[in-house]
Design a protein around this ligand. Structure first.
Ligand code: PLP
Length: 501
């Protein structure tokens, strides 16, 4: 930018003596904004402090305070003889009006913004149509556990006990891989309840599933590598692949789970397969044994990695939970991802990875630069919660509650929506999928239901490639049995309205 040696005859500044912002700060901001906007050119001499004080009708000390601050921050340079100039080498681009005062903040921010990776654009596009995050859940938002039954007082006592007795090691941040007693407790828990084969050294604490996906994919993928993702599937999985610069390849899911044969045909050289074998989301199906074996054989043959998302299979309503895929993995291809978002509460933001022995070193190295992104106190409190048996008791109660709530939902759907909605069997977890009779559009029904205060998800929202049959996904975990009918009655009205469209 051209520098100037002339004198700014007037700064055309107006100060507001009634504003809560002190006058010297207003003056500071006014001059700074003009410099950044290029209205006061580099090298330009400012009027003397005395002249400015007279022009602006303020005390000279007010002017001096502002000029001193601008000089200290490098916008102005003071020269011998008390002359003050705009700094001669400010890196401001000619024509840049982005800091001009008077423009609203939104208008000042460029509508284009800094250039980002192509993956960032794909990530942004993937949010279109996604439910608004952060709003309080209503019936039947999928993925919400029975928060009304969480033993809040017991948890609060456990957390406060841990805080009161915290060692300096705990206050300092602890092991970057996670709290040792918690890793130990998790290793024991998943071997007993999920058939996972591991030692505590293979367990890494995460801030939930999404962060676990990010961490694994960052280590596994080079830019543009293909990843099998289930179609329909969990939107968080696809987003994590996009965020890591990978290419999600939709692989269809049928009654036997992920169609491994289709995966082999579409992307045989994929680096990663991201699957929920025990309770696929959102269809709720289980990956058959034949496909589990085919998936493991493919991964072993091509040295691909399988990420097993085991988000809610602790909650098999009756009988023993199914064994995890990781328990069948002799070649060390599976990274098992668990979360406490369902078994405790989503706001806890705690989960874990179980990595194969061959990957322990690289994950430990990764943690040296990005330690466990979770509070050491909460980790320690969770370790106590598990060790004292509260977690196992809570799981037992939840299993019974989900069985009761699932049955109540199926009865309510039968009473209010039979003939239009056909639910799949519901023996695990806290959501169920139901197909919608043709020609009803699941998107129309979803939107109509939302207007009546009912929050169902449309199966189409989870589909990536081909169009699927119309269907709705119901979360029943957070809905009390007595409240089911109010939801299904409103839903029946929304279906009726969609039929008349
Ligand atoms: C398929 C699936 N995986 C994982 C999660 C849990 O995610 P997080 O642990 O990040 O809360 C959910 C939550 O709804 C889910 O539906």
């Amino acid at each position: 930018m051209k520098t100037s040696t002339g004198v700014a005859s007037s700064l055309i500044l107006r100060l507001d003596s009634r504003s809560p912002t002190p006058l010297h700060e207003q003056l500071f901001e006014g001059i700074r904004a003009r410099i950044l906007a290029g209205a006061l050119a580099p090298g330009l001499r400012l009027p003397s402090s005395r002249q400015l004080a007279t022009e602006l009708e303020v005390a000279r000390s007010t002017v001096l305070q502002a000029l001193d601050a601008l000089t200290a921050e490098g916008y102005l340079v003071a020269q011998a003889g008390s002359c003050t100039r705009v700094a001669p080498e400010l890196p401001i681009l000619a024509g840049d009006r982005s800091h001009e005062p008077g423009l609203p903040a939104a208008a000042r921010a460029s509508s284009v913004g800094p250039r980002l990776a192509a993956s960032a654009r794909a990530l942004k596009a993937s949010l279109v149509g996604a439910p608004r995050l952060g709003a309080a859940p209503r019936a039947f938002r999928p993925g919400v556990p029975a928060l009304d039954l969480f033993p809040t007082a017991l948890w609060a006592r456990t957390v406060s006990r841990v805080h009161a007795r915290a060692s300096t090691g705990l206050l300092d941040g602890g092991d970057p891989s996670g709290n040792a007693p918690l890793r130990e407790a998790i290793a024991t828990h998943v071997s007993v309840s999920r058939g996972v084969r591991c030692s505590s050294a293979q367990v890494f604490i995460t801030a939930g599933t999404q962060q676990a996906f990010d961490e694994v994919l960052r280590l596994a993928l080079n830019r543009g590598d293909s990843v099998w993702v289930e179609d329909p599937g969990y939107p968080g999985a696809r987003r994590a692949v996009l965020a890591a610069g990978g290419r999600p390849v939709p692989i269809p899911v049928d009654g036997d789970g992920l169609d491994v044969g289709a995966g082999l045909a579409r992307a045989p050289r994929a680096r990663v397969a991201l699957v929920a074998p025990s309770h696929q989301y959102p269809l709720g199906v289980t990956l058959s044994l034949a496909r589990r074996m085919a998936l493991l054989q493919w991964a072993e043959r091509t040295r691909a990695l399988i990420i097993e998302d085991d988000y809610d299979s602790e909650f098999r309503h009756r009988g023993r939970p199914l064994t995890a895929l990781q328990g069948l993995d002799d070649a060390g291809c599976v990274v098992y991802v668990g979360t406490f978002s369902k078994s405790m509460f989503p706001g806890l933001r705690l989960g874990f990875l179980v990595v194969p022995p061959s990957l322990v070193d690289v994950f430990s190295a990764a943690r040296a630069s990005a330690p466990a992104p979770a509070s050491t106190m909460e980790q320690a409190a969770l370790a106590v919660f598990l060790a004292e048996g509260h977690f196992a008791r809570h799981l037992r109660r939840m299993r019974a509650a989900y069985r009761e709530r699932g049955e109540a939902l199926l009865e309510a759907l039968h009473s209010d929506c039979s003939g239009v909605l056909t639910p799949s069997p519901c023996d695990t977890g806290m959501q169920v999928c139901a197909s919608l009779a043709a020609p009803l559009s699941d998107l129309h029904v979803r939107d109509g239901a939302a207007r009546l205060g009912v929050e169902v998800a449309a199966l189409s929202d989870y589909s990536l490639g081909r169009r699927r049959e119309s269907g709705l996904v119901f979360g029943f975990g957070g809905v009390r049995p007595d409240d089911m009918r109010a939801g299904t009655r409103a839903l029946a009205r929304a279906i009726e309205a969609a039929r008349r469209r």
